[in-house]
Write a protein that binds this ligand. Sequence first.
Ligand SMILES: NC(=O)c1ccc[n+]([C@@H]2O[C@H](COP(=O)([O-])OP(=O)(O)OC[C@H]3O[C@@H](n4cnc5c(N)ncnc54)[C@H](O)[C@@H]3O)[C@@H](O)[C@H]2O)c1
Ligand SMILES: O=C(O)C(=O)C[C@]1(C(=O)O)C=C[C@@H](O)C=C1
Length: 352
Amino acid sequence: MNLTVLGVGLIGGSLGLAARQRLGAEVTGWDRDPAVLDRAVSVGAIDRGAATLAEAVADAEIVVVAAPVGALPDAVGAALAAAGPDAVVTDVGSVKHPVVAAHGGDERFIGGHPLAGAEVAGVEHARVDLFDDATWYLTPTRASGGLLFERLHRLLTALGARPQAIDADVHDRVLAAVSHLPHVLANVLVAQTAAALGNEETIPSTGPSFRDATRVAGANPPMWADIYHANREALAVQLDEAIGRLSRVRAILDDPAELEAWQGAVSEERRRLLEAGLVGGSTRELRVAVPNTPGVVAEVALTLGRAGINIADMALSPSPDNRNGVIALWCHAEQTERAADLVRGLGYPVTT
Ligand SMILES: NC(=O)c1ccc[n+]([C@@H]2O[C@H](COP(=O)([O-])OP(=O)(O)OC[C@H]3O[C@@H](n4cnc5c(N)ncnc54)[C@H](O)[C@@H]3O)[C@@H](O)[C@H]2O)c1
Ligand SMILES: O=C(O)C(=O)C[C@]1(C(=O)O)C=C[C@@H](O)C=C1
């Protein structure tokens, strides 16, 4: 497989490492900063660096754009212009609306975002296991090619990730809550603690809870400035909500019973939230008979993604006259019946 990575930093480099080591892929890299490419070759993240973006993309079957969020609309546009008609182009940006609004109408583009990362930057921190078991959001649109979606889905599954389809705007609202707000709060904790201790003669050692809650504080400043700005509307909603919750805690400080009830409710909510991300066990096959029309694969994948159902694997088989086809999906056994009902609800016959 020929894979091209544009922007060979932490995420692009980790993808290159995993694709080379686990799938034997031939990985070509290109980066706005040419010095990055020699480092990427020396850590084994790419086979070779290309002199231009167009040269990097020319023979690729899959192009992954792993540049900062603000650069993605232009970089994906350049990749689509240089890529062949059968290539699939994706990105890894933490905010999906701008790039999907710009290129969601091109059948070769399918937006993506791995829910995995680190507080460090650059290819020298790339890790082959970074995406193991991680949710990898994909944002197909009605224009997305079904076979290209399948190729991308297979790559990500083979790398050890769990692809899940999601609407781009829903993605941005969810990520504002589960990723962007936590990064803002980590920064606030550090800034407030530094200010509060500024006049103390001895700075006390920080406890484990402070370290856990602030691991990501101050991470990759240009990247995070880009993310906060690109997702500012959804993040502002989350910040207003957080300010309200802090005020409510402030108001119950004199009431131990209320404080205990609040602490207990949060403990239960945390358990529920973390368990929602866990899937395991055996898988079962569903076969969905569909007309071969644009948008069908995206419709099925988005319907299951919206219900939190993971597609562990998928395969498309068009009929000989190309008018119909079967989508074979493998879902976790305990989710199969619900998945079948949801797909039947779209009007497509399903066998399990
Ligand atoms: N770091 C994380 O935790 C994380 C997790 C998931 C997704 N992401 C997303 O991945 C992308 C990359 O993040 P990263 O952590 O790898 O950052 P990074 O700083 O480690 O790497 C970014 C790389 O992109 C290059 N670059 C900058 N502008 C470019 C352009 N226009 N064209 C080509 N290359 C360009 C830089 O030179 C650098 O090598 C971002 O869009 C980010 O939102 C990051
Ligand atoms: O683990 C970390 O250091 C991260 O910040 C990873 C994290 C996250 O918030 O969970 C950060 C940004 C990405 O878009 C996805 C994942």
